[in-house]
Design a protein around this ligand. Structure first.
Ligand SMILES: [Ca+2]
Length: 323
C-alpha cells in the first residue's frame, strides 16, 4: 500500500486489491472512482500513490500498479498511471509508463513513486524474479530506478538516452526490488532501499547511470542457504550506504521533517515487513557527500498511534514495539 497527503489534510491511500481511498480527518474512508484494473496476485495490485508537486494548480496524481498484458492474461508488469483528481473521481487517466518486458511472475514489481526538487518523477521497478537477465541489462526496465518528466516523456539528460538498445527512462540499474524511494530534503538526492534475498537488504543513493551491482555483488545468499556470488564488491559497482544481515525486509521510507521530532530531524525511517518495526537510520556526514547510517529500532507513542491507524486500515495486527 501507499499513501500521500492532500493539501486539505485528507489522505489518499491505496489498497493492494485495487481500491484507492480518500481518508478524511474524521477517519471516513471514501472510495475514489476511475482507477485502472490491477492484477491483485502475489505482490502485485494497486501499489503507490503520489501527488504532483503542483497538485494545488493541476490536481494531478500518479498511481503505480500491476498491469495485465492486453492479450495474455499470464503476463503482468509495473505501470504508472496519471490522472486528475476531481472530487472523488480520477479523470483523463492514462498509463504514462509500462515496464518492459512483461513477466509471468507475480513478485518484485518495485513501484515506489517520488518527485525530486526539479520536478522529475522517480520510480522503481523490481527484477521480477529474473535476476540473471534483468538488473544488469539496459534493454530491460526491470531491476531499475527510472526518471521521467511529469507527463511521462523522457528527460533529455537521462544517462542512457543515447545508448543503443537501452531503455531511455533508466536512471540507475543493478537493483533487486526497491520498495522505498525518498528524496533527502537536505540534499535533494534520491535515496532508495531494496530487498536483498536472505540478507543483503540495502540503502543506496541513486545516482545517474550508476550500477548498484545486483546480482553480481551482494551481502546476501539464496533463500535456501546456497550462494549465488562470492563477491560483495566490484569495480564499477556501487557499495550500499548501509545493508542489513539478516534481512529486515524494508518497505517504505521517509525522511523525518518538521518540528515534532527534533532529535530525529534529517533521519530516515524505514519500515520492516519482517519484524514489524520502524527502523530509524541516523545519517552522518550527509552534507559532505559521504553518508553513512546507523540503525536503531524505534517507536514513539505518536508514531505508534499513527502506525496503528494504518494497520487498522489494512486489517493488520497490532505492531510490536521496539524502543
Ligand atoms: Ca547493491
Amino acid at each position: 500500500m501507499g499513501y500521500d497527503f492532500l493539501p486539505n489534510g485528507d489522505m489518499l491511500v491505496t489498497e493492494k486489491s485495487g481500491t484507492l481511498y480518500r481518508v478524511t480527518s474524521s477517519g471516513a474512508q471514501e472510495k475514489i472512482e476511475g482507477l485502472p484494473t490491477v492484477v491483485d496476485k502475489g505482490q502485485g495490485g494497486l501499489l503507490d500513490v503520489e501527488l504532483h508537486p503542483k497538485f494545488d494548480e493541476n490536481q494531478v496524481v500518479y498511481l503505480s500498479y500491476s498491469k495485465q498484458h492486453p492479450q495474455d492474461t499470464d503476463l503482468a508488469t509495473t505501470a504508472i498511471f496519471r490522472a486528475k483528481l476531481v472530487g472523488n473521481r480520477l479523470t483523463e487517466g492514462k498509463d504514462i509508463f509500462v515496464a518492459a518486458p512483461y513477466a509471468k511472475t507475480r513478485h518484485h514489481y518495485g513501484s515506489r513513486l517520488e518527485f525530486d526538487k526539479n520536478g522529475y518523477l522517480f520510480f522503481s521497478v523490481g527484477d521480477r524474479g529474473n535476476q540473471n537477465e534483468n538488473p544488469q541489462n539496459l534493454n530491460s526496465d526491470c531491476g531499475k530506478i527510472h526518471r521521467i518528466n511529469d507527463d511521462g516523456s523522457i528527460p533529455s539528460d537521462n544517462p542512457f538516452v543515447n545508448t543503443a538498445g537501452a531503455r531511455p527512462s533508466i536512471f540507475s540499474y543493478g537493483h533487486r526490488n526497491p520498495q522505498g524511494v525518498a528524496m533527502n530534503p537536505a540534499t535533494g538526492a534520491i535515496w532508495t532501499h531494496e530487498h536483498g534475498p536472505r540478507g543483503g537488504d540495502e540503502i543506496n543513493i541513486s545516482e545517474s547511470g550508476k550500477n548498484y551491482g545486483w546480482p553480481v555483488i551482494s551481502y546476501g545468499i539464496n533463500y535456501n542457504g546456497t550462494t549465488f556470488t562470492n563477491l560483495t564488491a566490484k569495480e564499477g559497482m556501487e557499495q550500499p550506504i548501509t545493508y542489513w544481515v539478516p534481512s529486515i525486509a524494508p518497505c517504505g521510507m521517509a525522511f523525518v521533517k518538521g518540528n515534532r521530532y527534533p532529535s530525529w530531524s534529517g533521519s530516515l525511517l524505514v519500515g520492516s515487513l519482517r519484524f514489524k518495526y520502524l527502523n530509524l537510520c541516523k545519517i552522518e556526514n550527509n552534507k559532505s557527500g559521504f553518508s553513512r547510517t546507523t540503525n536503531e529500532k524505534y517507536w514513539s507513542c505518536a508514531q505508534r498511534r499513527s502506525w496503528e491507524r494504518w494497520l487498522h486500515l489494512r486489517g493488520g495486527r497490532r505492531p510490536r514495539i521496539c524502543v
